[in-house]
Design a protein around this ligand. Structure first.
Ligand code: AMP
Ligand code: MG
Length: 351
């Protein structure tokens, strides 16, 4: 399959490009598009064949449900049942934006899109190109992140080109994602809204809007064998680089000491060692095969934005051993660490 890449400027969107992308979707094809969180791999959410194609293109298990993207509030009622006052409040506050809500689904949404569940996940992205694209495509775009299953999510069009060339019809290049982490997922079918996946919109922000919030236990830790997490995607190996990643957590000086020792040892054993550090600590690791700077420790937004590109660089440079400092920062630290710990396959050393 020939994959066309189209560059689009968010401040000057050409209607011809959107018409073409919309035509592909209406004909059952696939288009990758930018959002403020990560790049999405879009198909018509109401067309079961398109959802099947998404799973095939990603190499993703088909019991892992897709998020349906809309561009205006009234469309929510065409696909979701029992939209509560709390949901309307959350939408009022965080839509368009990086929040996904789960509702009981209406029949219009095929089982292929929801991984066989009777619920549907819905989000309204704030990226202007995404909104125009969804509109041109008929209003309902099913989209997971536009990476091959198991790889880090794409935060630039070049990441999508790497993973999806030859597998989809079109890639819309809208520049780098401004947030760089997937949306917060809140299950609105629970008596108290339940966070299934942490993201840029924090639990505290949800609580302040609707009064109360709960968490799926899977957010905090290891998912036990046999336990079925409420966000099915959370059970799969995710976000992972090819090298073996370990996170080091603790007092800053102790972390640096541990990382330097591990780095020296790895190099001596002939490994290609990657170090994920910050502006403040990077000078300690000058001999690393690949030294990656996530940004200043107190700039959480910058750290979130860099995470996936950094994990991908490890693959590009054939790094086989990776040590990362931890990023349990106050606001979006929970979301950053949730992704990093999964990428590390739960390999975390406390020093
Ligand atoms: P992404 O990983 O960014 O492609 O987002 C899709 C994720 O949303 C899935 O892996 C699930 O974890 C979650 N999700 C989507 N639909 C549902 C649903 N109906 N119920 C629970 N989680 C869902
Ligand atoms: Mg994903």
């Amino acid at each position: 399959m020939q994959t066309t890449v189209v560059k689009v400027d968010e401040n000057c969107i050409k209607s011809g490009d959107m018409t073409e992308a919309g035509r592909i979707i209406r004909e059952g094809g696939l288009v990758a598009f930018p959002t403020e969180t990560v790049y999405g791999l879009g198909g018509d959410a109401l067309n079961p064949g398109a959802s099947r194609k998404i799973y095939a293109a990603k190499g993703r298990p088909s019991d892992n449900p897709l998020i349906v993207h809309i561009y205006r509030m009234e469309d929510l009622y065409r696909i979701a049942e029992d939209v509560s006052d709390s949901a309307v409040k959350l939408a009022g506050k965080f839509w368009p934006g990086p929040l996904t809500m789960i509702f009981k689904k209406k029949d219009a949404v095929p089982a292929e899109t929801t991984g066989g569940l009777d619920t549907v996940a819905v989000r309204m992205p704030s990226n202007k190109i995404a909104a125009e694209f969804i509109r041109a495509a008929g209003g309902f775009i099913a989209a997971p992140s536009a990476n091959l299953s198991g790889r880090p999510s794409p935060t630039e069009a070049s990441h999508v080109v790497e993973d999806m060339t030859g597998r989809i019809d079109m890639i819309i290049d809208g520049g780098p994602s401004v947030i760089g982490l997937e949306s917060t997922i809140v299950d609105m079918t629970e008596p108290v809204p339940m966070i299934l996946r942490p993201g840029y919109v924090t639990g505290k922000m949800v609580r302040e809007t609707v009064g109360d919030v709960s968490y799926d236990p899977a957010v905090f830790g290891e998912v036990n064998e046999g336990m079925r997490p409420k966000a099915p995607g959370m059970k799969y190996r995710h976000y992972a680089p090819k090298g073996e990643l370990t996170i080091i957590k603790g007092d800053r000086d102790a972390v640096i000491r541990y990382m330097k020792d591990a780095l020296d040892k790895g190099l001596k054993e002939g490994h290609r060692v990657g170090i994920i550090a910050t502006e403040e600590t990077r000078d300690n690791y000058g001999n690393a095969t690949l030294l990656m700077n996530m940004g200043a420790r107190d700039d959480e937004d910058e750290i979130a934005r860099h995470l996936y590109a950094v994990l991908r660089r490890c693959d590009e440079e054939d790094i086989d051993l990776i040590y990362s400092e931890d990023f349990s920062t106050p606001r979006i630290g929970q979301a950053i660490m949730n992704r990093l710990i999964k990428a590390a396959g739960h390999s975390l050393v406390e020093v």
